[in-house]
Ligand binder design. Structure first.
Ligand code: 2HA
Ligand code: ZN
Length: 275
């Protein structure tokens, strides 16, 4: 089977396309990665070439040794992924120690995987362990309403979680564990990867102040859906803050407790503080 015809590649391309269409990816903004299943590697590995050099990841991910990832390319534009996937995305293999990677397919006109590869891989490593291998997608985007909120709300997990939960009844059902927030940091390196992966132990969503968001999920539908839901809640919150920041009414802590019971989700009391 051609790599680009495989279902997981089609799903990845559609996520890139939908993210671009919704305004999450100006220019080369954002990046995505998918940890391939062994049977997906089997499906397409006859088209891999193993003649490229191994390159340092810039961090260590021993629990991902030998795994294969589909990733977006550094400097590549999401709007071009569907038009020419083989030029804009790649499959990379992690070496036996989890210190290096090599491209085995894609980026045919040259290029390297996303500049945020250390964050992607460290987040994958944390999530693989925390979910017993269930989570496979890490998705980073420059969602404008979430970015705007990082200028006007305190950069605090509890505040972001609670304010966004209040914006749509189903938010706490979609991200019951809440949202982590990290202050502004230089993107692209190990430091921001380490801070992100610490928060990924607790959350499926982390916000990078004045930059964007990272989401983790099982598949493309729920990871994209998570990103989309949070960005929509952020848009509603900005409207509320613009019109009536003291909110005339809202969903109360007791309402959330009731919802948690009926929807059988665990909503931590740390987010249900009195204001
Ligand atoms: O431009 O989004 O964080 C790619 C990025 C870096
Ligand atoms: Zn970014």
């Amino acid at each position: 089977m051609k790599v680009t015809e495989a279902e997981f590649v089609q799903g990845f391309i559609r996520m890139c396309d939908d993210g671009y269409a919704l305004g999450f990816h100006e220019r080369n903004g954002g990046n995505a990665s998918y940890r391939m299943k062994p049977e997906e590697v089997e499906q397409v590995k006859d088209q891999f070439s193993y003649d490229k050099e191994f390159t340092d990841i810039g961090t260590e991910v021993p629990d991902l040794a030998g795994e294969y990832f589909l990733v977006t390319g550094s400097g590549k534009y999401f709007r071009n992924v569907a038009l020419a996937p083989e030029k804009n995305i790649a499959i990379v293999e992690i070496d036996s120690e989890g210190k290096q990677y090599r491209i085995v397919w894609g980026l045919v006109d040259g290029g390297v995987p996303t500049s945020e590869l250390p964050s992607h891989l460290m987040n994958h490593e944390v999530k693989k362990k925390a979910t017993n291998g269930l989570h496979r997608v890490i998705y980073h985007s420059h969602v404008p309403n979430v970015i705007a909120l990082t200028f006007v709300l305190p950069l605090d997990d509890k505040v972001f979680t609670r304010e966004l939960w209040e914006m749509m009844t189903e938010c706490p059902v979609i991200f019951p564990d809440g949202i982590g927030v990290i202050p502004w940091m230089v993107p692209g390196g190990r430091d921001i990867a380490v801070e992100s992966s610490k928060l990924m132990k607790k959350y499926d969503v982390i916000i990078w102040a004045h930059h964007g968001i990272f989401c983790s999920g099982e598949d493309f539908d729920n990871t994209f859906g998570l990103m989309h839901t949070i960005e929509k809640a952020a848009a509603i919150l900005l409207k509320v803050l613009a019109v009536r920041p003291d909110k005339l009414q809202t969903i109360t802590p007791d309402n959330f407790r009731h919802l948690a019971k009926d929807f059988n989700v665990d909503l931590k009391e740390e987010f249900l503080y009195e204001k």
